[in-house]
Design a protein around this ligand. Structure first.
Ligand code: BGC
Length: 767
């Protein structure tokens, strides 16, 4: 050794031993996850399983503390993050909403010269109405690119809850009343998003079908309805796409918060379905943090220091085992390893918003549903000047509110879209509406989201005048809703009397002049159609179509795109026809604590078809500008023991190119338990068929697809007997049918007993 002064020798020795110590601390990625966990302190484990959105209580003892602030600064406006533990090479991951586009803050530090807007894609109800998983996958790819390029690791989407009741304020985020549609669409978007190397969080697991008292409501539901309806969509999506994470829901199921239910999160999700990622709570979901850990809910979001302390204390007092906590940690670390943050991905903050807007526009046109088209009113012919009525013609709604809302740079209104397509919107009406809407905006309280202004009422004189000077009336009806509350039956589901009167006045004036009335529905969920719809010559259900709304609507109205969307959710004649109407949003009235799913498995068309209740527009319904024949249904066998293939030919028999959806419904023998008269078991969409062109679509169905859940035996069973397979253009427009038999009953799966009801409920039984 050199002749160094004494203190320097000591320092040199310390630093040398520190270096060798640092080298022996396992590092994520270099060492195995198990080795990293073995090196973690209890405090570090408890830090990792609690989201890091708030600074820890004791900054000095939490290794991730310094990093957390940095992560929040990394993507302002993101919903949450996970804790970093730099000592072990564990970075923080950024989690961001939501189902229709990346939800982040668009302007940072008041600097509007550099913006972070995201693409608002069409909402879930619209995407599902395309019945086109390949299209939804393309949306997912573009969407996931924005997740990646804006520095986010995990997207808090998609939402797969079932449209149990049309008043649910978040139905726009979800896909369908049918779990096959919901699960297939979710799987398609997850595959698209995750193909970018980022993650998703399929939510809200499970039976989160209302917003009223969403954080405490106790859902009482049978195991059969859960497994056949409310869990099935999640299962289909998870099997198809391996989402990185699952988000548990706020509500209780049969008395226990979902995040605290071991049967839901471990027995069903992991043991039966083989889910490999991690589970996180919804933001502030559940009450008992330790039970959440035990149930297999690995991450608590957004996270509070007291939750970390509760977990540390539970381990110290033997009420939570180290083994259970280690499993939670392992699930999270396995995903951290795949994350862009772990890979130090250099995100650009510059996704190709122009290209993505084009995808959003195209997807929007594919999911719009033509509900009515008397005398071929649409596509518009010989129309130049349009009288555009309705607030939503000018303030067009791209998507719903809450965490499902996207901070987008613009929304193309219906009026702008028509303008862009070469039509002329009446200037007087434009002036009246825009002046009114500006005034209403100025009146709205600053800083808070203002309620939508009341519908502007044009004077009768003006309406009469316009009916003479314009070629056609177009009325856009807008409805919005979102997280935190359900829709009001009188003012949101129904049209108001004033709205109906206005439609009537417009229709009378224009019809008197021999001119047509087109109504565009700019809505996120089902509305009442009674009466007023008779005043319209054509109705286009445009849903909430994302930021290119007006352009996409003009594409369909003009005939540039032939509509091919089909309803993935039923429009009933009246709200009281809805099978859950009597049990929504629960009891006691006004402040519901529990909701009983008395309708059991009879949700949507499963109810309307089994109990012969005629809907206004049935599940699967949607018109086109052309006609199709569906013929030549062939099964590859008449006896099914494992699989069956059905093939059917679709021909465009009309005058313009178009796409058709074929829906395969199966009626099963109700030998041992009651069953819906028919259930959707497969579907497919043709390519763009030119007039006269045909395409054969084939469908593979396995015995697993046909099984019903027998609660007493905890078995999925496909009964023996005669089955009818039907190929339809909607659930009530069956074009072809064929019969096959299952020679002997088949137990397709044996599950665990779960979701025990604390009280008996009387459930609706089929015939
Ligand atoms: C919503 C979730 C969302 C989360 C984070 C919750 O209130 O229910 O859907 O992902 O907030 O913003």
């Amino acid at each position: 050794m050199m002749n160094l002064p004494k203190p320097i020798v000591v320092l040199a020795m310390i630093s040398c031993s520190l270096t060798s110590f640092a080298q022996t601390v396992p590092q994520l990625g270099k060492n195995s996850v198990k080795e990293v966990i073995a090196a973690m302190t209890l405090e570090e484990k408890a830090t990792l399983v609690v989201g890091a959105s708030k600074p820890p209580a004791n900054q000095s003892t939490m290794a991730g503390g310094a990093m957390i602030g940095a992560t929040q600064a990394k993507v302002p406006g993101a919903a949450g993050n996970t804790a970093a533990i730099p000592r072990l090479g564990i970075p923080s991951m950024v989690l961001s909403d939501g189902p229709a586009g990346v939800r982040i803050q668009p302007i940072r530090n008041g600097d509007s010269t550099k913006t972070y807007y995201a693409t608002a894609f069409p909402v879930g109800t619209l995407l599902a109405s395309s019945w086109d998983p390949a299209l939804v996958n393309r949306v997912g790819k573009a969407f996931g690119n924005e997740v990646l390029e804006y520095g986010v690791d995990i997207l808090l989407a998609p939402g797969v809850n079932i449209h149990r009741n049309p008043l649910n304020g978040r139905n726009f985020e979800y896909y369908s009343e049918d779990p096959l549609i919901a699960g297939t669409m979710a799987g398609a978007i997850i595959n698209g998003v995750q193909s970018n190397g980022v993650g998703t969080s399929i939510k809200h697991f499970a039976a989160n079908n209302q917003e009223t008292n969403r954080t405490t409501i106790n859902t009482l539901v049978s195991e059969r309805a859960l497994r056949e309806i409310y869990l099935r969509g999640f299962r289909i999506a998870i099997a198809a796409s391996n989402p990185w994470t699952v988000m548990s829901s706020y509500n209780k199921i049969n008395g226990t918060y979902t995040a605290e239910r071991h049967d839901l999160i471990t027995t069903v999700l992991r043991d039966e379905w083989h889910f490999k990622g991690f589970v996180m709570t919804d933001w502030g979901g559940g009450r008992n943090w330790v039970d959440e850990m035990k149930a297999g809910n690995d991450l608590i979001e957004p996270g509070r220091p007291s939750q970390t302390q509760a977990i540390i204390s539970a381990v110290q007092h033997d009420s939570l085992s180290v083994k259970a906590l280690d499993e939670n940690v392992e699930h999270i670390l396995n995903i951290v390893l795949q994350s862009p943050s772990f890979k130090h991905y250099q995100y650009s903050n510059k996704p190709d918003l122009k290209a993505h807007a084009e995808i959003s526009r195209q997807a929007a046109t594919e999911g719009m549903v033509l509900l009515k088209n008397d005398d071929h009113t649409l596509p518009l012919k010989g129309v130049k000047v349009i009288a555009a009525f309705g607030n939503a013609s000018y303030n067009t709604i791209a998507g719903g509110t809450g965490s499902g809302d996207v901070n987008k740079a613009y929304v193309v209104s219906v009026r702008q879209g028509l303008d862009n397509a070469g039509y002329i919107c009446d200037a007087g009406l434009t002036y009246d509406y825009t002046t009114y809407l500006k005034q209403e905006k100025a009146k709205a309280p600053a800083g808070r989201r203002a309620p939508a202004p009341a519908e502007f009422m044009e004077s009768e004189e003006m309406i009469n005048k316009r009916s003479g000077s314009t070629d056609i009336a177009l009325i856009t009806i807008g409805r919005n809703a979102g997280e935190g509350s359900d829709r009001n039956l009188q003012t949101n589901y129904n049209l108001t009397d004033a709205e109906k009167q206005q439609i009537k006045k417009i229709a009378t004036a224009f019809h008197h002049q021999g001119k047509k009335v087109v109504i565009v529905l700019n809505i996120g969920g089902v509305i009442d159609m009674n009466g007023w719809q008779d005043d319209a010559d054509a109705i286009l259900l445009a849903w909430q179509p994302g930021l290119e709304a007006g352009n996409a609507i003009a594409d369909v109205l003009s005939g540039k795109v032939n509509p091919s969307g089909k309803l993935a959710t039923t429009f009933p004649v009246t709200y009281t026809d809805v099978p859950s109407a009597k049990n929504f949003p629960g009891t006691p009235e006004g402040k519901p604590e529990q909701v009983i799913y008395q309708e059991g498995i009879y949700v949507g068309y499963r109810y309307y078809d089994t109990f012969n209740v005629k809907p206004q527009y049935e599940f699967g319904y949607g018109l086109s500008y052309t006609n199709f024949s569906i013929s030549g249904l062939k099964l590859n066998t008449s006896t099914m023991t494992k699989n069956l293939t059905a093939a059917v030919s679709v021909k465009n028999t009309g005058g313009v190119a178009g796409k058709q959806v074929v829906q395969i419904y199966v009626s099963a023998p109700a030998k041992s338990i009651d069953k819906p008269v028919q259930e959707l078991r497969a579907f497919g969409k043709t390519k763009l068929l030119q007039p006269g062109e045909s395409q054969v679509l084939t469908f593979n169905i396995s015995v697993n697809d046909l099984a019903s859940y027998h609660t007493a035996q905890s078995e999925w069973i496909t009964d023996a007997g005669k089955y009818t397979l039907k190929a339809g253009a909607s659930s009530r427009d069956i074009k072809q049918a064929a019969v096959f038999t299952v020679p002997a009953p088949i137990v397709t799966e044996n599950d665990h007993k779960a979701f025990e009801l604390p009280v008996e409920i009387s459930e609706l039984k089929g015939k």
